[in-house]
Design a protein around this ligand. Structure first.
Ligand code: M6R
Length: 366
């Protein structure tokens, strides 16, 4: 049932080209320039009139929410707040009927997220669910929603759920941006064309597997890791660190790259691997100078760069390439090598990859 893979996690990492395709297939008609999503179309006025979008989730789904914050604000110019469901529900939050709440959950059973939805509904907000498990509690409790079509995710560490959540959320943002006129028709078409190319580009990114395995063998005994990214890839840095913590039990922290000099830089010495996401269009020069600061303190750099990058190759210890794409879509690619890195390190440390200690696939207790 693992389809020839040693673990469900690896199988699920490799299923991502298909999972992303299944998630946009039938919804995004790129030739016609149409995005069709019943849950959004039927409630379009709620979305268009929203004074604010609130996203509630936990764990990896919360990271997908953070990516969505950048995507929604950039494309639709609607203010977005992303909240840990557990904090939101106990804070006596300000929610009004003019808010749209998006709850993200792979399992659809996360207790805190479910409670946050109930609270938001009781205050009159329109609540939209992004779930993977069909018929789950969250999918039933929300006013409307859109499923990710990732297929069953068995590994406790979430992989394909994350990239398909980003896919669904990006489709929603594009649809709203088109309706609101906050992006031009040609930009809209450009995003659709590029989204159609993502499954093949994920496939291409997976070809870095052997290279990532080699890098994993070099750093598998590290006791700490730092992950840095900016913009759309800041949440990817958080997600990379969470993945490593969960399955390899190595302490890891994700940070927005520019925050490094406000504290974490003190940790850097020759023992510290730093994974830096440095795509060419995202504040590239600034990230290059962060890399130089790390190097001058003898830190080890593993950089995720866009194909054809030359400057970072000269200074990083290892580079992993992703194919060229639009900056807004890069999280769908940069995530892949970080998943593989955590996977191989965990395997090399003899950890139980699919069922890490102390963790459950769905957290139904508060
Ligand atoms: O099922 P959910 O998406 O609501 O789960 C949320 C988190 O429990 C989940 O993402 C968790 O952080 C994963 N183990 C991450 O890999």
């Amino acid at each position: 049932e693992k389809g020839g893979y040693d673990h469900f996690m690896l199988k699920e990492i490799y299923e991502q080209p298909r999972a992303i395709l299944d998630t946009f297939r039938g919804r995004m008609l790129s030739n016609e320039g149409i995005i069709r999503m019943a849950g959004v179309d039927d409630n379009i006025e709620k979305f268009l009139n929203a004074q604010r979008i609130l996203i509630v989730a936990c764990g990896t789904s919360w990271h997908a929410g953070l990516v969505a914050e950048y995507v929604f604000e950039n494309l639709t110019r609607t203010p977005v707040e992303v909240e840990y469901a557990s904090e939101f529900r106990y804070r006596n939050p300000i929610i009004t009927e003019k808010d749209v709440v998006i709850a993200i959950s792979q399992s659809g059973e996360t207790a805190d997220t479910l409670a946050a939805i109930k609270l938001a509904k009781s205050k009159g907000a329109f609540v939209f669910g992004v779930c993977n498990v069909v018929g789950s509690s969250i999918s039933r409790e929300t006013n409307a929603g859109a499923y990710t079509h990732a297929g069953p995710e068995i590994g406790v560490a979430s992989t394909k759920a994350f990239t398909t959540q980003i896919t669904v959320l990006t489709l929603i943002a594009l649809k709203l941006a088109q309706k609101k006129g906050t992006i031009s028709t040609s930009e809209f078409h450009g995003y659709l064309t590029e989204m159609s190319a993502i499954p093949a580009k994920v496939e291409k990114t997976l070809e870095s597997d052997e290279h990532v395995k080699t890098i994993s063998s070099i750093y598998k005994d590290a006791t700490n890791f730092l992950y840095l990214g900016r913009g759309y890839n800041f949440p990817v840095a958080l997600e990379g660190a969470l993945k490593l913590k969960e399955i390899s039990y190595i302490h890891a922290e994700g940070y927005p790259a520019a925050e490094m000099k406000h504290g974490p830089i003190a940790l850097i010495d020759e023992q510290m691997p730093v994974v830096v996401i440095a795509t060419r269009k995202g504040h590239y020069e600034k990230v290059v100078s962060n890399i130089q600061e790390i190097k001058s303190r003898k830190g080890k750099i593993i950089a995720v760069v866009m194909q054809g990058d030359t400057s970072i190759k000269k200074i990083a210890d290892y580079v992993i390439e992703i194919p060229e794409t639009l900056e807004l879509l890069t999280p769908l690619l940069t995530t892949i090598p970080l998943q593989l890195l955590s996977y191989y390190i965990a395997v090399m440390r003899n950890c139980n990859v699919d069922q890490p200690r102390n963790l459950a696939k769905s957290v139904t207790v508060e």
